[in-house]
Design a protein around this ligand. Structure first.
Ligand SMILES: O=C(O)CCC(=O)CC(=O)O
Length: 261
């Protein structure tokens, strides 16, 4: 376990792989922590340095005062500069992918390639995020858990005992951190900035994703010249959990191609 000091407290990090190797950073989704990537890391190329972190207000990281996507992007930039020490391949899922788009746009020198999983240049609407915030303020995260699990996972996965573990991860996210991230999502629209991105990008969707539907994810892929798009059949919002082999089969060759190992 490692910590990176930030003005508001600390970010919780986990780093695997050799010092000095080409680095890959993972940014996770709303209501998840860095364990989101546990099932895919063993399936990705050895010899790379894999950096995961809990975004502010999630997992073991401090709450942080900010509620805009740029604050999350500044955190990711700090992790890249201080832990990776140079350009990375950015892997982001959902809000993590939105954070990646902001980082690639503001600091193209720090992102050599990007994987955008189950994300878009704009996620949801101001009204839908306000409704989510209102529900959490009224009833806590437990009150939205069933609806979130239906968006995260297809029915077959929801029938497994594992569902309870992912539901617990979501429900244990600090309400203040979750609400701040919803507010950041409500205000974020990267459409024009993402249209200007010029770097290798792999975009992944899940056919059963109820949070970022495949058509919405594809529309973001279409903004970026040369971006590759793949849809994983039968997978929901978190294919790295639900379909790790299929997700890794797409990501592993991309990491090899763009890490120069
Ligand atoms: O997962 C995200 O980062 C935002 C998209 C979303 O709403 C996921 C969910 O259904 O909780």
């Amino acid at each position: 376990m490692q910590a990176l000091t930030r003005p508001f407290g600390a970010l919780h990090l986990q780093v695997d792989g050799p010092v000095g190797a080409p680095a890959v950073i993972f940014a996770n989704s709303l209501g998840t922590d860095l364990r989101l990537w546990d099932r895919v890391l063993p399936l990705l190329p050895q010899g790379l340095r894999y950096i995961r972190y809990d975004k502010r207000g999630h997992g073991l990281s401090s709450l942080g005062g900010g509620a805009v996507i740029d604050d999350h992007a500044e955190d990711a930039i700090a992790v890249i500069e201080e832990v990776a020490g140079g350009p990375v391949i950015f892997v982001g899922l959902s809000i993590g992918g939105l954070i990646g788009q902001v980082v690639a746009s503001r600091r193209p020198d720090l992102v050599r390639a990007m994987v955008l999983s189950n994300t878009a240049a704009k996620l949801g609407t101001a009204d839908s995020w306000q409704a989510r915030i209102d529900a959490v303020e009224a009833g806590g995260l437990d009150s939205i858990a069933d609806a979130v699990m239906e968006r995260w996972f297809a029915p077959a996965f929801r029938a497994t005992p594992d569902l309870a573990l992912w539901c617990a991860m979501m429900a244990r996210t600090p309400a203040k951190g979750y609400i701040a991230a919803c507010q950041a999502l409500a205000d974020a629209d990267q459409t024009e900035a993402t249209r200007a991105l010029r770097l290798p990008v792999l975009v992944i969707a899940g056919s059963e994703d109820g949070a970022s539907p495949a058509a919405v994810v594809k529309a973001t892929a279409d903004l970026i010249p040369g971006a590759a798009f793949h849809e994983i059949p039968g997978a929901g919002h978190l294919p790295c959990v639900e379909a790790p082999a299929e997700w890794a089969a797409l990501v592993a060759p991309f990491l090899k191609d763009h890490s120069h190992v």
